[in-house]
Ligand binder design. Sequence first.
Ligand code: AMP
Length: 114
Amino acid sequence: MSDCLFCKMVAGEIKPDVVYEDDAVMAFRDVNPQAPLHVLVIPRVHIATTNDLTAENVDIVGKLYLAAKQIAADEGVAEPGYRMVMNCNPGAGQSVYHIHLHLLGGRAMAWPPG
Ligand code: AMP
């Protein structure tokens, strides 16, 4: 998707602060962090929202979670705990239409979220 911000990162046209990458996923620090640790984990393939997940492409979601779990351990938040969340569509505050898993840690998290 030529007009997708995160596809441009995957293509190397925009260079985020990458903390992890493999053949399926890429993870980088959020430019507007909402916690001391705020990383976005994205698939290399373009999927606009979680509404677009299917039986054929859903395996990538597990890979996002495995990467996030590893990053949480590497960043030292695995034991105190962390939050992982995916927003879908405007009602949930999605602003970039390429699915991404937010990994937030390093502070206490309130519930319910805003
Ligand atoms: P969401 O609102 O769930 O779609 O999350 C999109 C996230 O992308 C927000 O937390 C933004 O701060 C983050 N973001 C937007 N542009 C960039 C960028 N160039 N580099 C890193 N994170 C970004």
